[in-house]
Design a protein around this ligand. Sequence first.
Ligand code: GLP
Length: 260
Amino acid sequence: MEIVIVPDPAAAGELIAAAITDLLTDKPEALLGVATGSTPLPIYQSLAARVADGRLDASRARICQLDEYVGLPAGHPESYRSVVLREVVEPLGLTEDSFLGPDGNAEDIAAAAIAYDRALAEAGGVDLQILGIGTDGHIGFNEPCSSLSSRTRIKTLTRQTRVDNARFFDSIDQVPHHVITQGIGTILEARHLVLLATGEAKAEAVALAVEGPLAAVVPASALQLHQHATVVVDEAAASKLKLAGYFRDTYAAKPAWQGL
Ligand code: GLP
């Protein structure tokens, strides 16, 4: 696992967007897994700016969703499908034809989850998966004590996650209890995992995920199992890392040709 400490969220967005630019240059039809929430927005803004000024040709890219609420009406502005279309797909000049996501409104949610896992595999697998992290260490919507080998399935949100996400709704009562999320085992199949965390509120979860033991109670610690996992943190989110000095030295000495 590589830990990269950057000054601020804008620098993180540039760094990860540059890595995605390199990926799409090598593999124009790459499947890019995207996360929702506030943290990854600087990445999407940098990608859109690169498309606008010609530094990035994303016209053949494919985009897939990490997780979804269950039961929000189709087209609800806070369904993750709507968010990804609005924040990523449209700004990159893509259409829904380039987009894959689970159906949070399916009559048979269990079948929809299995179908999404299969669709990802049939699409050739995710090339680069962007991840955020919940204050409780969750990735996607894999709450604490999710199986480290879990597949895409229905999960129940913790009260804390519903409180954290209530800012996107009029009240916490409107935040669904249930979600479909790529499982931790599913996420680990992506070829490159890039977790971004910014702000003091994420510092403890980052320290537990990076320097704590591998444990289902901290789902993000599963990145320790992956051969190509990159954790990008700003100074605030890095503030509880005991090995921060080592991580800084390592990145400063990294040959530029290696990329992320
Ligand atoms: C939700 C999403 C996660 C995201 C998390 C943190 O729970 N399912 O994918 O990482 O929120 O969001 P934020 O970046 O807004 O803190």
